[in-house]
Write a protein that binds this ligand. Sequence first.
Ligand SMILES: N[C@@H](CCC(=O)N[C@@H](CS)C(=O)NCC(=O)O)C(=O)O
Length: 239
Amino acid sequence: MRVTLYLRCRGIAPGTVDLVSTGLKTDHRGILVFTLPDNHPETLRLGTNDLTALNPEGRVPILLLPDGRKMTQSGPIIDLIESTLAPDDDITLLPTDPWIRAEVQRIMWIIAADTQPYQNIPFIIQAMGEWGMVKDNPTRHPLRLHFIRREFGAIENLLTRCAGKFAVGDSVTLADCFLVPQIRNALLAEIDLPSEFPILSTVWNNLLDVPAIRAVLDDAGGIVQPLVYDAEQFEVYNG
Ligand SMILES: N[C@@H](CCC(=O)N[C@@H](CS)C(=O)NCC(=O)O)C(=O)O
């Protein structure tokens, strides 16, 4: 979703980057596993729908270049696409001023490095089932709530100085593209944004008024992150 938000907010012409939906399967723990889509030329060429054939991490997003090279990780993918575009000072999602640019990147890194991996539901399900972590509802697990609250608290503090209408100033930046999916996850965890993180909540409401962002959220199932594990299979696994 970070990359999709970037593409839409940057106004990149549809078709410049084709978005391909992955397939999905569920493993014995109820964890959703991304697969290569049936009948995609790359799936047919590889003769498997195992996503690790394209990305050894088994994660999305993956950017396929026409010459066959593949890039992974949302930040470098965005960077690579941006480097192919003519500069457009009207739609810059990464400001040129060094300090403001670093402020944007700081929020991106807090989300990508310090928040998302620790609240990732597959990781939480595995830690409960295999490494003795306290058992609880995966979406509201204390570990998940802890990391979202800890890092959103830090971001709220930063926003007192850098936020305008959006996370950094009055234009949408990559900081917002990284925040949006994490906020959806916080809403799935039933975190009360307005009372716990009022500035972040105001920024979120402003982001929801941006048509490009609303369109991406609508395509992805709404404002709240939909459930991303098979609850029945999880019950069987978790006992
Ligand atoms: N740091 C990676 C995170 C990618 C990531 O975690 N993607 C999720 C989907 S939103 C995924 O593929 N999860 C599957 C898994 O964790 O096995 C990035 O920014 O691209």
